[in-house]
Design a protein around this ligand. Structure first.
Ligand code: HEC
Ligand code: HEC
Ligand code: HEC
Length: 283
């Protein structure tokens, strides 16, 4: 609550990382946090992603206005200019803190120019509106998506199929990392027995993890991409190579697993999750 209040009082509250490893020429990035009222237009506060859908419509309307202006189709031009201006003005209704930044006069001028099929004015109006789109996007688009549209793994649990205990994602990841590295260490030290038992542990930990995908993914396709038969086959292959005592090939197989299971999932989930957590904690 407290951070929301702060963001409301200081819409351009600057967020920056406190450098822990401060060098003499430390570079930092600052990102303004969007006004708190924006949250209302996103799930779960809203039933739909209202803000995002307004944005998609804006882009479509801009395109339609450009198109029908070129074709000099006055009827469709005024229709789409009307839609564009309605959605554009709704930005200020949804987030009053942003009202003053909008080019509302140019929006009105666009409507009049569309009626009159005055192409030079239409062009100038589109240019001014377009500049206000990119101006806001440059500052707020990425951070908004990170805040309101990234998965929150802190609320997802992973059930251990043996003990039936619920574990946090963080603890699960630590376990996975330990198992994977134990295999690599054992292979480096030519300890096949230790590598085999660590592989088994890794397989069961990944099975546990697979049970958690459904908390967010309604279909199985997403889970299958990372924890489906293809990658299960790679874990099996590692087992076979270890049985055969082939250390060199086993090392390649572990590397392959780390990329196609761990790194691929991290690419879509972890970076965004880290960023989101960082923002929420800094707010
Ligand atoms: C005052 C701020 C603001 C203004 C003005 C604004 N936008 Fe946006 N727009 C945003 C924010 C914030 C996002 C990020 C939303 C998200 O990712 O959930 C966004 C995202 C978008 C997206 C989605 C991008 C994507 O592919 O995911 C489109 C399209 C878009 N805006 C179009 C427009 C157009 C066209 C205009 C001007 C006519 C405009 N916006 C004006 C704030 C603004
Ligand atoms: C906290 C919610 C959450 C959990 C848990 C989760 N995901 Fe995702 N995942 C997402 C979101 C959000 C996206 C972004 C794309 C989207 O909207 O589908 C995504 C995207 C993906 C994608 C990219 C392509 C696609 O199919 O959409 C894959 C693959 C994927 N997830 C696999 C997994 C696997 C495997 C697990 C379980 C080990 C998992 N996810 C667990 C939220 C989650
Ligand atoms: C859902 C797909 C997914 C898969 C598959 C996955 N991870 Fe992760 N991993 C995540 C997410 C999400 C986070 C961030 C979780 C958090 O901090 O709450 C994470 C974080 C981590 C972390 C950092 C933990 C910390 O304390 O910051 C490590 C280490 C890690 N994963 C190792 C692995 C290894 C090793 C594998 C493969 C054997 C793996 N992960 C497979 C999603 C995945």
């Amino acid at each position: 609550m407290c951070h929301r209040l702060l963001a409301l009082l200081l819409p351009a509250l600057l967020l920056s990382a406190t450098p822990v490893y401060a060098g003499s020429e430390e570079k930092t990035v600052t990102l303004p946090i969007p006004p708190a009222s924006l949250e209302e237009w996103y799930k779960p506060a809203n039933k739909r992603q209202v803000w995002l859908h307004t944005m998609f419509r804006l882009r479509r309307s801009m395109q339609a206005v450009t198109q029908y202006s070129a074709l000099e189709d006055r009827e469709l031009l005024t229709k789409w200019a009307g839609k564009l201006v309605k959605d554009y003005n709704s930005i200020g209704d949804m987030v009053p803190e942003w009202r003053d930044e909008l080019e509302t006069e140019w929006a009105e001028r666009l409507l009049a120019a569309a009626e009159a099929l005055d192409k030079p004015v239409i062009e100038r109006a589109l240019f001014r509106l377009g500049k206000s789109c990119t101006g806001c996007h440059r500052e707020y688009r990425a951070i908004t998506a990170a805040l309101y549209r990234t998965p929150d793994f802190s609320v997802v649990t992973v059930e251990d199929q043996e003990t039936l205990e619920d574990m946090s994602y963080e603890d699960t990841m630590e376990g996975l990392s330990i198992s994977l590295n134990r295999i690599v260490i054992a292979l480096a030290d030519q300890d096949i027995k230790a590598a085999k038992s660590a592989r088994q542990k890794l397989v069961s930990r990944l099975d546990n993890l697979a049970g958690s995908c459904a908390s967010c993914h309604k279909d199985e396709a997403s889970r299958e991409q990372i924890l489906g038969n293809t990658n299960k086959g790679k874990l099996e292959k590692l087992g076979t190579l270890l049985e055969a005592g082939d250390i060199k090939e086993s090392r390649h197989a572990v590397g392959d697993i780390a990329v196609s299971i761990c790194a691929r999932c991290h690419g879509t989930h972890r970076t965004l999750s880290d960023l989101r957590e960082f923002i929420v904690k800094s707010e």
